[in-house]
Design a protein around this ligand. Structure first.
Ligand code: SF4
Length: 351
């Protein structure tokens, strides 16, 4: 039996990918790629930004809506901020949406609408970090960059039976991944490893029996695959508390605030509210008979859990608090709110 030093991991994976590549709206299939079809860097970039910390299933509809509405980077660059933030609502991590727009505008204004084609140049664009720069340069421009996402980390940890825990083991896993990255078809190869991790070498119950890497896989031989990759335990997330205030006028208009550009949910529409802390101060946007709803909103962000109390009242016809926005009922779309604010809306509407 050959081990991973003799076994040609990239050739086996590419042959597997030729037969089993997942279809995705932003992907050029291996057959089309072989026939000379080139990926559109705009679509590759958009999908990679959307996929950060989110699943393919969650991204598909967003990607289709974005590319139907804004089919080129120039079209996206020219879009009003509100519309882009509204389409992004629900995907989370709103700083990414703001950087998405900034990046589109830099590419449109400073690069003539063409994405730069090297890792180093891509890294200079807003919102593009090492992972995304490597992914775009491999997938869109077929450069032999090493793309290391959670799927690739898992495959490498198992293939080489690496027991050092993440995130400390990242450099070691990256070295292993780099050693397998081929000069020929590096874009297809990057997608092949990610597909293998997403479909065969899954976090739970890896399907080793049908895996193209079963022969050299050291974890399979040692029986340790289900334990890998190991992870350093995370600290438990703290819980913060807050208040939001929902006021509606007799004609259905509602009172909203645009959150500051910097900070969590930056630039998004939301209900006016308090700070989020251990002991938030009640700060209704105007004096009225505010009633608290009997249930609370619970939401988890990357670094903390949030519990919100939701207060409601009627918005008098002659009240228009400074710095806040009144949207009439035809302009107000609950789907444009970030998820935590939509949960408050749904609680209020009794859903
Ligand atoms: S043999 Fe099993 S553990 Fe090893 S890479 Fe394949 S699916 Fe993963």
């Amino acid at each position: 039996m050959r081990d991973s030093s003799e076994f040609d991991v990239s050739s086996e994976l590419l042959a597997w990918y030729d037969r089993h590549a997942r279809e995705m709206p932003w992907r050029v299939s291996p057959a089309d790629r072989a026939a000379g079809v080139l990926p559109d860097p705009y679509r590759v970039w958009l999908s990679e930004v959307m996929l950060q910390q989110t699943t393919v299933a969650a991204v598909r509809d967003y990607f289709m809506r974005f590319t139907t509405r804004w089919p080129t980077v120039q079209a996206l660059a020219a879009a009003p901020d509100d519309q882009v933030m509204g389409e992004w609502a629900g995907l989370g991590y709103y700083a990414r949406a703001r950087n998405l727009l900034k990046c589109a505008r830099v590419v449109a204004d400073e690069h003539g609408g063409q994405f730069p084609d090297t890792y180093e140049a891509l890294l200079t664009l807003p919102g593009i970090g090492p992972y995304t720069a490597a992914a775009i340069s491999a997938i869109a421009f077929d450069r032999p960059e090493t793309v290391l996402d959670g799927n690739v980390e898992r495959v490498m940890a198992r293939l080489h039976d690496i027991h050092d825990p993440l995130p400390g083991s990242k450099p070691q896993l990256k070295d292993k991944a780099a050693a397998h990255t081929p000069q020929a078809r590096p874009g297809d190869y990057a997608q092949a490893v990610m597909d293998l991790g997403a479909t065969i070498c899954a976090p739970k119950s890896p399907a080793c029996g049908i895996c193209p890497l079963r022969e050299p896989c050291r974890a399979r031989k040692a029986g340790t695959q289900a334990d890998l990759p190991r992870k350093t335990p995370k600290k438990p997330k703290p819980t913060r508390y807050g208040h939001v205030y929902i006021a509606q006028r007799r004609d259905g208009a509602v009172l909203l605030e645009r959150r500051p550009d910097k900070g969590l949910l930056g630039g998004m529409l939301g209900w006016p509210g308090s700070d989020w802390s251990d002991a938030p101060v009640e700060t209704p946007p105007f004096a009225a008979d505010w009633q608290v709803l009997p249930a609370e909103v619970r939401h988890t962000f990357t670094h903390f859990h949030l519990i919100l109390r939701v207060w409601t009242t009627d918005l008098p016809d002659d009240t228009s608090p400074d710095g806040l926005i009144i949207l009439d009922k035809h302009q107000f779309r609950p789907g444009d709110l970030p998820t935590v604010m939509r949960k408050a809306h749904d609680l209020w509407r009794g859903r």
